[in-house]
Design a protein around this ligand. Structure first.
Ligand code: FES
Length: 147
């Protein structure tokens, strides 16, 4: 049911933990399943993501997507991090079962929430970034309703 990459990132998640005095922190949840994800970003003066860590209280797919998402944004510019969508994370994991697609949305939203926090702290605007939802279930599509 799960790809080898998903199992690998679930069994050995990368970048678990917190960053003290992080440049940006984003927490999002899904009220329907009760899962919560927090992403910490350390961003340097040039806007490069030096480090990224996560804490996820959630299902295995949420842990695997958080782990992969942190790997994908590390070393990237803010603009590049904005391209790390849930689809990009799923592709990097060789896919997720349809019923678990919503878990990868948590990762995308948590990154956006952390970037939003960074932008607010630094009084900047990030192109394409809008205020994150704290509950991603609000934005889920109807087709994901049936699980
Ligand atoms: Fe909720 Fe996976 S079941 S994030």
């Amino acid at each position: 049911m799960y790809s080898e990459k998903v199992m690998d990132h679930f069994n050995n998640p990368r970048n678990v933990g917190e960053i003290e005095n992080a440049s940006g922190v984003g927490t999002v949840g899904n009220a329907k399943c009760g899962d919560i994800m927090r992403i910490y970003l350390d961003i340097d003066d040039k806007g490069i993501i030096r480090d990224c860590k996560f804490k996820t209280f959630g299902c295995g797919a949420a842990v695997a997507t958080s782990s992969m998402a942190t790997e994908l944004v590390k070393g990237k510019s803010i603009e590049e991090a904005m391209q790390v969508t849930n689809k990009a994370v799923m592709e990097a994991l060789d896919g997720l079962p349809p019923v678990k697609v919503h878990c990868s949305l948590l990762a995308e939203e948590a990154i956006h929430a952390a970037l939003w926090d960074y932008a607010e702290k630094n009084h900047i605007t990030i192109a394409g970034l809008s205020k994150p939802k704290s509950d991603i279930h609000e934005g889920e599509e109807a087709e994901e309703e049936e699980y």
